[in-house]
Ligand binder design. Structure first.
Ligand SMILES: NC(=O)C1=CN([C@@H]2O[C@H](COP(=O)(O)OP(=O)(O)OC[C@H]3O[C@@H](n4cnc5c(N)ncnc54)[C@H](OP(=O)(O)O)[C@@H]3O)[C@@H](O)[C@H]2O)C=CC1
Ligand SMILES: Nc1nc(=O)c2c([nH]1)NC[C@@H]1CN(c3ccc(C(=O)N[C@@H](CCC(=O)O)C(=O)O)cc3)C=[N+]21
Length: 295
């Protein structure tokens, strides 16, 4: 037996299409395009690749993209001053500060400087708090993308056992909140969890957000489980090439799972599609108009 591959890339393309179809209505009533500002500090090549692909996707959806590239000598004060300028800029609906930031800059101080109404990453404490108490707010892109894939595949999630491996503020915790909101019975596992394989084996839904290449194996899974692999790990491949793998050992897991997201082509493309969705949702909220249905 071999489980289905959950095609995040194809789902993400359809979501991007729906966003692109809804943008002209916004442009019509507001006489401007929704705008996303992406700020990157430093020279990390992989981060620059992500930022470029975000910019291209933004423009392809009919939205305005503002890229700010700062040298790694930028101080925290300078970065916060830029964020404050973007907060006041009416053409900017969404602000994303690419993480990680160079050593010496406090991620938290920078994130808290973003206007929560423009926090399309959903990382600001105001948005994290809203998610925790069930109020409307901007939801982190990666977990929301994972939830969309799960609902598309499983329908109603009520009563299902969900295990989220990882408890970061950007993936694991908000993922657990979203699954709880869907009436799953949620367990959050982390580096101090005892008997991780035993915990994972209870799950109907496994979300892996650990940052350890191919850690979760097929023999840890309940047969038929749905596996969402958030991990993005670049490891040595053949010769001097590298390859991208997830936090799940895809080959062994696929033998046992009912469905599984691949890496690449799973959660990663969803993150970018949801970023566009969040930008349009933020733009509508700022303009005082209803968000498009079905996003
Ligand atoms: N697809 C996408 O769009 C995105 C992908 N990612 C990827 O997702 C992964 C997770 O990212 P992120 O949440 O930021 O990572 P963090 O490093 O912030 O968090 C990792 C979590 O995994 C836990 N952990 C580490 N080792 C183990 C272990 N051996 N057993 C059990 N738990 C463990 C840690 O536990 P503890 O808290 O105890 O230290 C921590 O809670 C990474 O591979 C990252 O690249 C991230 C963001 C977006
Ligand atoms: N403020 C902030 N917000 C983020 O959302 C954020 C961030 N910082 N820092 C870095 C991480 C990582 N991240 C990814 C986005 C898309 C893919 C993606 O599209 N991946 C492709 C493969 C890309 C490749 O081949 O390298 C895939 O999985 O198919 C991956 C990872 C967003 N992040």
């Amino acid at each position: 037996m071999s489980g289905d591959i959950i095609d995040g890339k194809a789902f993400a393309e359809r979501l991007r299409q729906r966003v692109a179809e809804a943008v002209p209505q916004f442009v019509e009533t507001e006489a401007r395009a929704p705008g996303l500002a992406v700020v990157i500090v430093g020279e990390d090549p992989a981060s620059h690749v992500y930022v470029r692909s975000k910019g291209k996707a933004t423009v392809a959806a009919g939205m305005a993209s503002f890229e700010h590239r700062l040298p790694d000598t930028t101080s925290q004060e300078e970065l916060i001053a830029l964020v404050e300028q973007l907060n006041l800029d009416d053409a900017v609906d969404g602000i994303l500060v690419q993480l990680p930031l160079p050593a010496g800059i406090d991620d938290k101080a920078v994130i808290e400087a973003i206007d929560p109404a423009k926090d399309v990453d959903g990382f600001h404490v105001a948005n994290a708090g809203r998610l925790a108490v069930g109020e409307e707010g901007l939801v982190p892109c990666t977990p929301l993308g994972c939830l969309m894939l799960l609902k598309d595949r499983l329908g109603d999630l009520s009563g299902l056992e969900a295990v989220v491996v990882g408890r970061s503020n950007i993936v694991g915790k908000p993922m657990a909140q979203l699954l709880l909101q869907q009436n799953c019975t949620v367990t959050i596992a982390h580096s101090r969890t005892r008997d991780l394989p035993g915990v994972v084996r209870r799950a109907d839904i496994v979300v892996a957000a650990v940052g350890r290449p191919e850690m979760i194996r097929g023999d840890w899974l309940k047969p038929g489980a749905t596996v969402i692999d958030v991990g993005i790990n670049r490891i040595a491949g053949e010769g001097d090439r590298t390859r991208l793998v997830g936090d799940v050992d895809f080959e062994s897991a696929r033998q046992v799972a009912g469905g599984i997201t691949p890496v690449p082509g799973g959660v990663g493309p969803m993150t970018i599609a949801v970023l566009l969705r969040n930008t349009l949702v933020a733009a509508c909220a700022r303009a005082g108009i209803a968000p498009p249905a079905g996003l």
